[in-house]
Write a protein of this length. Sequence first.
Length: 278
Amino acid sequence: MNQKYYSQDLNKIVDSHCHLDFKEFDDDIDKIISNAKMTNVDYFLTISVNLEDFKNVYKVTQKYDNIWCTTGIHPNNVSPKINASQLESIQSKILANLKNKKVVGLGETGLDFFRGEENRTNQIESFMLHLFLSGDKKYPTIVHTRDADDDTINCLKESVKKYSSTGLIHCFTSTKQFAKKALDNGFFISFSGIITFKNASDLVEVVKYVPLDKLLVETDSPYLAPVPYRGKRNEPSFVNYTLEKISEIKKIEKKELIKITTKNFFTLFSKIRNDYRD
């Protein structure tokens, strides 16, 4: 297999999780992409959070050659009255979206009990549907988890065993123990600008633990801008600060870390890799 980016593009940076369709970028998306390219960020995965706005997510990918997207439902957007018929409808819509060539992953999905567990059962149903499709259709899953470590791991274990699901834990903020369990199930770990925060000492230990071949970087922009821009609008070019911090923690040169994380991205998101054969 002869992929162009393996020979010439591994020196380019990937922002593996951003929300370029969000209103915060409405007025200057071209400038945002230009800023990114000027700082060596050349690849972007823009993430879906609901099916209603998927057309806006996909529209961004049509304007630029180097932006891909996902399709799915964020746990906070899961209906509190979901039923079997609705799950069938969701599956049909996701499958229809997957027919678009620039759709390369599922989610973001997952579990979020930060505001309570009233919708726990429905979130799990939605999450397991995404994980089933991951294994069935061979698309990686972007997993959001907050205050739901045990249930998240249980879902991953079950889906990997039943469906051979794949994916990543995005914007990782949990424990080393959770990271180990996610890695044991074959999932990648993605770190955001949170690693640059002063109170991120526990997360630093997780970065030390995660193997380089399972590590990704992201911004989650427009949210969670890294130091020195904390509190301001985040953007893909700022993923450089995350790379610099991780290279410091891992005691590895930034340019080498770029090659590793970019290769990891294209390894996981194989739909892109297969489209870039010579």
